[in-house]
Design a protein around this ligand. Structure first.
Ligand SMILES: NC(=O)c1ccc[n+]([C@@H]2O[C@H](COP(=O)([O-])OP(=O)(O)OC[C@H]3O[C@@H](n4cnc5c(N)ncnc54)[C@H](OP(=O)(O)O)[C@@H]3O)[C@@H](O)[C@H]2O)c1
Length: 233
């Protein structure tokens, strides 16, 4: 097992929070982040164990080195953050589009740049993309774009970070995640019906896949789709 903490950027909510909960429950040191320090500390207290919360804004990449200055000795790094915009080219919100593009592509890469020298050589990085890269939904123009960008970033990082491994996970619609469960059955039922497994992906499924990508020592440079076979129908 690599030594050091498990860092989860975007760990105050949804999938990142569940990954943080998993590793805190295993007794690992966990550093989880959100944009607001108090919210991050509350999430860390909720997952318990040896977790602590820090604040950083991926859309302000020039500040990230300072925000991460006291994060030492990293075993695993998970980048799960997103600030969703509902964007379409017919009514393009430039500000939201720019924030999301900077957050996921430049912000993720800058966090890796800052923390890579502090990582155990046997550790690993997981980036969150998403199936919207292949199957867009109304308003997903920028989400589809940045999640597609994650695919290329992983290939580059797997080479640059060696021997540290880097993989990405691309979930389908995660039915019990806060963002999608809030939309309710009218949004979820068509997805379930179009999925060969006839069930929606769960947060537990995603945590299991992230753990696999972090801990299997031969998996590297992969873009893993976890979607119940959604794209086959
Ligand atoms: N949910 C799904 O069904 C689904 C499907 C496919 C892919 N994904 C991907 O999975 C990842 C997690 O999604 P989720 O639905 O679990 O997300 P979520 O519940 O919306 O949580 C987003 C996280 O990102 C943090 N965050 C937001 N803006 C940030 C910023 N500018 N800088 C740093 N952190 C920021 C939030 O922290 P604060 O709000 O505390 O600041 C929160 O911890 C995303 O990358 C998403 O693209 C999710």
């Amino acid at each position: 097992m690599p030594s050091g903490s498990v860092v989860v950027v975007g760990g105050t909510s949804g999938l990142g929070l569940e990954v943080a909960r998993h590793y805190a429950g295993q007794g690992r040191e966990v550093v989880l982040s959100g944009r607001d320090r108090r919210r991050a500390e509350a999430a860390a207290a909720e997952v318990g164990g040896k977790a602590r919360g820090i604040d950083l804004d991926l859309a302000e990449p020039a500040e990230l080195a300072d925000r991460l200055a006291d994060v030492e000795g990293v075993a695993h790094l998970v980048l799960a953050a997103i600030e969703r915009d509902e964007n379409r080219v017919s009514a393009f919100d430039l500000e939201g589009a720019t924030r999301l593009a900077v957050l996921k592509l430049v912000g993720y890469a800058e966090v890796v740049h800052v923390l890579a020298p502090r990582m155990d050589p046997e550790g690993a990085v997981v980036l969150f993309g998403g199936r919207a890269k292949d199957r867009p939904y109304p308003g997903s123009t920028m989400v589809s774009t940045v999640n597609g960008g994650v695919t290329g970033l992983v290939h580059s990082l797997a080479v640059e970070l060696a021997p540290v491994r880097c993989n990405a996970i691309h979930p389908g619609i995660v039915g019990d995640s806060p963002y999608w469960s809030a939309k309710g059955e009218p949004a979820l039922e068509p997805v379930r019906n179009r999925t060969p497994s006839r069930r929606l992906v769960t947060m537990e499924d995603i945590v299991g896949a992230v753990v696999f990508l972090l801990e299997n020592r031969s998996v590297n440079g992969e873009n893993l789709h976890v979607d119940g076979g959604w794209l086959l129908l």
